[in-house]
Design a protein around this ligand. Structure first.
Ligand code: NAD
Length: 247
């Protein structure tokens, strides 16, 4: 039997990148998966065992309805997030507000909607997407991003502390740079400063001690571990998976 046989898993931002890889890993391990994304088209082709549903995590009412209508869930993976490239001087008010709304507030709203069902059935595992950029390491040009991802660590530990005696585990993952579609967009945005797309990509790769980027599947295996019973003694952790970047 799979590691998540009989479990129900909920994933945000499952259309591409790490969220998609996690939804596929959950299904591979026997779970029933509700895979959501703002962009319904990106959810195409996820395959058996995965129910694809459009969901913008910035829409509180839709978050609540989608989770209540399809739960209770044993596992929640809060993956949605956006990477602004800015510093303290050029961060615009709207960048700051959007970063907190998507990277932090939406995780709160998802957990607030999913937790009552988890508690009623005696437990559950929550995994939040943080980053190595934030509380682990200050990274150039990641002001709003790093600030929000550090907040995710605080959110995670707080939820873990309040519900540890009631069967709930809450952890977060802190990846280094992962080769996903949005990284391609950041590379493209940096191309003129770096001189070329190749140079911009090389700058990301050179930060990684291993000399390569992570794959979404590598990150998804950690998310799977934190979601599955074999991690049952692990809670309130921010686990770094970064190819040696922060060493
Ligand atoms: P991505 O950024 O390429 O894709 C993000 C997905 O989120 C898209 O499918 C998009 O449609 C969806 N999305 C965006 N806004 C949404 C919303 N309001 N509601 C629902 N879905 C929405 O994927 P990624 O690079 O794997 O990033 C996923 C998460 O991992 C983010 O939180 C990101 O900060 C984090 N992360 C990424 C890296 C990296 O290098 N790629 C490193 C560390 C952490």
């Amino acid at each position: 039997a799979g590691r998540l046989q009989g479990k129900r898993c909920f994933v945000t931002a499952a259309g591409q990148g790490i969220g998609r890889a996690a939804a596929l890993a959950y299904a591979r391990e026997g779970a029933t998966v509700v895979a959501t994304d703002r962009d319904a088209a990106k959810l195409a082709g996820l395959g058996d065992g995965i129910a694809a549903m459009p969901l913008d995590v910035l829409d509180d009412a839709a978050v609540k309805a989608t989770i209540e209508d399809n739960g209770p869930f044993d596992v929640v993976f809060n993956c949605a997030g956006f990477v602004h490239q800015n510093d303290v001087l050029n961060c615009r008010d709207e960048d700051w507000d959007f970063a907190f709304a998507l990277n932090v507030r939406a995780q709160w709203k998802v957990i607030q909607a999913a937790l009552p069902g988890m508690l009623a059935q005696g437990g559950g595992a929550i995994v939040n997407m943080a980053s190595a950029a934030g509380s682990v390491k200050g990274v150039a040009n990641r002001f709003a991003y790093g600030t929000t991802k550090a907040a995710v660590v605080g959110l995670t530990k707080s939820v873990a502390a309040d519900f540890v005696t009631r069967g709930i585990r809450c952890n977060c993952v802190c990846p280094g740079t992962v080769d996903t579609p949005s990284l391609g967009e950041r590379i493209a945005a940096n191309a003129s400063t770096a001189g070329s797309v190749e140079a911009a990509r090389a700058a990301f790769v050179s930060r990684q001690a291993m000399g390569r980027l992570a794959t979404p599947e590598e990150i998804a295996e950690l998310v799977l571990y934190l979601s599955a019973p074999e991690s049952q003694f692990v809670t309130a952790q921010a686990i770094v998976i970064d190819g040696g970047w922060t060493n």
